[in-house]
Design a protein around this ligand. Structure first.
Ligand SMILES: *[C@@H]1O[C@H](CO)[C@@H](O)[C@H](O)[C@H]1NC(C)=O
Length: 345
């Protein structure tokens, strides 16, 4: 279910006046001007608009007309940071026709709940749909736009190669995340994960080709005396430099279950198959932990050959750490007969 959040309280902490911020939150399309123009046709979004949803769900990005000019079009665009060149148009619509564009256009429609409604409906959300969207009213004279942020709710997890630390080029990191049912995290996803407690002392690639690691508890080996924060190496050579990966995933349509046993990796594969399932990916286990509070105090094989277990209620003898999280035994020898199996169906 999509939720609609108005973060005025947070903005108020940063700005003394909510309204000042509000009137500056849209950009006049043509004229570059320091004095924000009052919107004539579109209703201003309430101060700071972020719509939150999850993978697989449908969402509506609000855009409501205040008054209707006699002739106009509505154009929805996804704003891609660092993406110079062609704009990423999703659809253009007038009173009669609706024309979808590109990958997002396939899943887009106008809600048209009433005659002033130009809200965009997006179905079957994907991991990469998060970002900023622009609703533009074009009447040839005074075009106007508002910007809405869509946030895909999810979880960021660090991922390391089975061959050890710092083995991925950027492209390999991207592939590794895809194999674990994820995508490389964006900086804002990593930042949010850090605010939620992600502490990881190995640097990893993120979506824009930069390299970082998030530290909540500063310690000498993880950036020295710096205060808590995201340690950044900045952009790195995507073909030659090697790091770990920070992957992002969201809810899944299937579910994860545990089969207890003392399996080798191959036996674990068969145990899942026997139940009409397959070994879960790391991303699927993280999603179950994050969205279903999945808690199981037993190491189990995953598809990549790693052994992990999800803890939602930290307790003694379950990994020994005070925080909730997915614990890892790394990549034991596949012939070790010691672990259960996490299956996904
Ligand atoms: C999402 O939208 C699609 C197409 O518009 C529709 O078929 C589907 O039932 C919707 N799903 C939910 C969960 O509302």
């Amino acid at each position: 279910m999509a939720t609609f959040k108005i973060n005025c309280a947070i903005i108020l902490l940063l700005m003394s006046n909510c309204f000042t911020w509000s009137s500056a939150s849209y950009t006049p399309n043509r004229a570059v001007s320091d004095t924000p123009r009052k919107l004539q046709y579109l209703l201003e979004p309430p101060v700071h608009v972020e719509v939150t949803s999850r993978r697989g769900e449908n969402v509506t990005l609000p855009c409501i007309l205040r008054t209707k000019p006699s002739h106009y079009k509505i154009k929805w665009t996804k704003l891609e940071p660092g993406h110079n060149g062609q704009e990423n148009i999703i659809m253009i619509s007038n009173a009669k026709a609706f024309k979808p564009y590109g990958h997002l256009g396939q899943r887009a429609s106008l809600r048209r709940a009433h005659s002033m409604d130009a809200s965009l409906h997006l179905s079957h959300l994907e991991l990469e749909d998060g970002g900023r969207y622009r609703c533009e009213l074009i009447n040839g004279i005074e075009d106007e736009n508002i910007i809405i942020t869509l946030r895909i709710e999810g979880v960021v997890f660090p991922y390391q190669s089975k061959n050890g630390r710092y083995k991925f080029t950027y492209y390999e990191a991207k592939e590794a995340c895809a194999e674990q049912d994820g995508v490389l995290a964006t900086y804002s996803q990593l930042y949010r994960a850090w605010t939620e407690g992600l502490d990881w002392c190995n640097a990893g690639w993120i979506h824009d080709g930069t390299v970082h690691y998030p530290i909540v508890q500063p310690r000498p080996v993880c950036g020295g005396d710096l205060p808590p924060g995201i340690r950044s190496y900045g952009p790195k050579d995507q073909k030659h430099d090697r790091f770990d990966a920070f992957c992002f995933t969201s809810q899944t349509s299937g579910s994860v279950s545990y089969i207890s046993g003392s399996f080798s990796f191959d036996q674990a594969v068969h145990a899942c198959k026997h139940q009409g399932a397959e070994l879960a990916s790391v991303g699927q286990l993280y999603a179950a932990w994050r969205f279903q509070n999945y808690d199981q105090c037993n190491g189990g094989w995953l598809q990549d050959g790693s052994v992990r277990f999800p803890i939602s209620n930290p307790r003694k003898n379950c990994g020994g750490m005070p925080e909730a999280g997915v614990r890892s035994f790394g990549f034991p020898s596949k012939t070790t007969h010691l672990y259960g199996a996490y299956c996904y169906r």
